[in-house]
Design a protein around this ligand. Structure first.
Ligand code: G1P
Length: 290
């Protein structure tokens, strides 16, 4: 019987220097796409995949995230007085229940692998998900739900993957492919940010992972890797050498790199066009520019 994925880690400790000055006093995960912060999209995606425990690995200056996932009594009182019940639902309905959210701090910025490792005691001995809020995915079936479905059949580890331009492999964790049925890829290795000339493929990891808890043992002893940081991908490479299955899923949907300004702008346009209340007005504006 495959163990259910109940817990998810959201690494939100990064500084967001690429979005300065917007991120000077505001976490980058609070940047809105249309009218919703990136981190809320990630949490809603996790909820849709059956996640019950939400673990945020935060850093200094990230309290706005905690406030976002809490009641705002002044706001609710004012909205109630004005009879705006629909808006009260809009600010509350997606909030995890009391006790379902936990926060732990990554005290030193040592990389994604280190951030995930910081959550080890909150995860314990069960498989779990990791979601990077920078990677926003527009999909009919939310990406993590697609992965949970795969995990039910394959067990082991599952990462979301997509083909990227070969000259961009140095931005991603890249797969060394063993077998490929067009949707599901079995993996014999992974490399973090390889130079395009030596990358084993152009199939790259997008920020969604389902991982076995053994990854924490590897994270505890691997040294620093690419960018002089403790890389999650390096621990995945060790996991693959173990005997648990490891698969990449070419998910259905469109991914936007919201860690990048152009990707972020593109996400805003795509998500607004997908909104019935905005699409006509935005189409008119875009036509005016074209
Ligand atoms: C991180 C991971 C990388 C992955 C990418 C997906 O890189 O280290 O393996 O492919 O997320 O967005 P970062 O974007 O933090 O440099």
């Amino acid at each position: 019987m495959v163990q259910r994925i109940r817990k998810a880690i959201f690494p939100v400790g990064g500084l967001g220097t690429r979005f300065l000055p917007a991120t000077k006093a505001m976490p980058k995960e609070m940047l809105p796409v249309v009218d919703k912060p990136l981190i809320q999209y990630a949490v809603e995606e996790a909820q849709a995949a059956g996640i019950e425990e939400f673990i945020f690995v935060t850093g200094r200056s990230k309290t706005a995230i905690e406030d976002h996932f809490d009641h705002s009594y002044e706001l609710e009182t004012t909205l109630r007085e004005r009879g705006k019940d629909a808006q009260i639902a809009m600010v509350n309905s997606w909030m995890p229940q009391p006790g379902q959210i936990a926060y732990t701090r990554q005290q030193v910025p040592l990389g994604l692998g280190h951030a995930v490792w910081c959550a080890r005691n909150l995860i314990g001995d069960e498989p779990f998900a990791v979601l990077l809020a920078d990677d926003l995915i527009l999909a009919d079936i939310p990406c993590l739900a697609q992965m949970v479905e795969v995990h039910r059949k394959t067990a082991g580890n599952v990462v979301a993957v997509m083909e990227v331009q070969r000259e961009h492999t140095n931005r991603y964790g890249v797969l060394d492919v063993e077998g490929d049925d067009g949707r599901l890829v079995s993996v014999k290795g992974v490399v973090e940010k390889p130079d395009p000339a030596v990358a084993p493929s152009n199939l790259s990891i997008i920020g969604r992972y389902i991982l076995q808890p053994e990854v924490f043992d590897h994270l505890a002893h691997i040294g620093r890797g690419a960018g002089n940081e403790i890389q999650l991908t390096d621990a995945l490479a060790e996991l693959i050498r173990g005997n648990k299955p490891f698969h990449g899923l070419r998910f259905s949907g469109t991914r936007f790199d919201c860690g990048d300004k152009v990707g972020f702008l593109q996400a805003n346009i795509a998500f607004a066009l997908a909104r019935p209340d905005l699409t006509d007005a935005l189409r008119k504006i875009l036509n005016g520019y074209c």
